[in-house]
Ligand binder design. Sequence first.
Ligand SMILES: *Cc1c(COP(=O)(O)O)cnc(C)c1O
Length: 378
Amino acid sequence: MNLVQARQRPAPTGIAGLSEAVVDLSAVKDNVRTFRRLTPHDVMAVVKADAFGHGAVPVARAALDAGATWLGVARADEALQLRAAGLTAPLLTWLYDAAELMLLGDMDVDVSVSTVAELQRVASVPAVKNVHLKLDTGLHRAGSTPDQWIELTRAAAHHEALGALVVRGIWSHLSHGDAPDAVQSRKQLQLLRTGVVLARRAGLNPSTIHLANSAGAITLDAPDCDVIRIGAGLYGIDETGIGLRPAMRLMSKAFQIRRIGAGEGVSYGHDFTAERDTTVLLVPLGYADGIPRVAVEQASVLCRGVRMPVVGRIAMDQFVVDAGDVPVDPGEPVTIFGDGSHGEPTAKDWADWAGTIPHEIYCGIGTRVPRRYEEATR
Ligand SMILES: *Cc1c(COP(=O)(O)O)cnc(C)c1O
């Protein structure tokens, strides 16, 4: 057994190494089921960026088990990774290079197309079959501009008639998916509808219309869409308060513990000085592992059931917490974040402390932190 295999083997008790990110796949499954219960749509599990740091392959498998029917990723290499792992579900990628098209086609990956030039490149690669034409309905990132849409759909119909490709989907992406009033989303839906009508008029017959992300799936009523693209929601980032469960728990162990006297400083520059005698413990995670340096003013962790503040600068590999007079032994488990059910902070708390969103916290958990998978039975 090599080292990598050894590290991925679940520990019988506690943590095998110093730190680990434990991903509860039953939370991912529950989250998929929540979207399926609350909406009439098929679910595309968006597992880009290694499933927001959770691990693309295990998360994709769990999501499909729970009834998702599509997979979506940003980049070509992410799509190929899923295919290499043996996942055969319909799979869409929207950021790829022309040089990657042959491989994508060979692996039966659907690709997004926004311009006639892209369409021609795709049509010239015989292996690529299914495309999703993307219409820019207001986000102003990728997508065809509305005034080029008719030309794009006509060109696509031409290539389809020649057997070069199939327009399987038409899609767009929301700019204000989490806005409860859905004013902008409804405008975008209206534009997409018009785009679909024009595409049909050009002779296309797309089977998969999709617009909403996790938040938009809840805020926007879009009965004419077939699929919702669920990223954040899979991981329990609950932007619309529908009772999703955070899937990741970031754990470490107290590495060293020491008593310091009043007036003594901690970590680089002694930004923190103890006001009274206290116990500080060293947590072996740092900004290289995704612990945001800027969170230090407000951050805390859970150890022995007690919230302990982070004190002193967060370094690359380690940070320090103030345990006060709580008795702590070396090796004591420390919860950096979890679902909050035991009084620990959540990834959302860390995001608030760092002035960002939980997406960035999850994506930032570094490759030095092994992922371990569990499925809690409830
Ligand atoms: C990331 C992404 C999604 C998923 O959005 P969430 O808000 O994370 O659910 C959907 N569609 C596209 C195009 C994306 O880039």
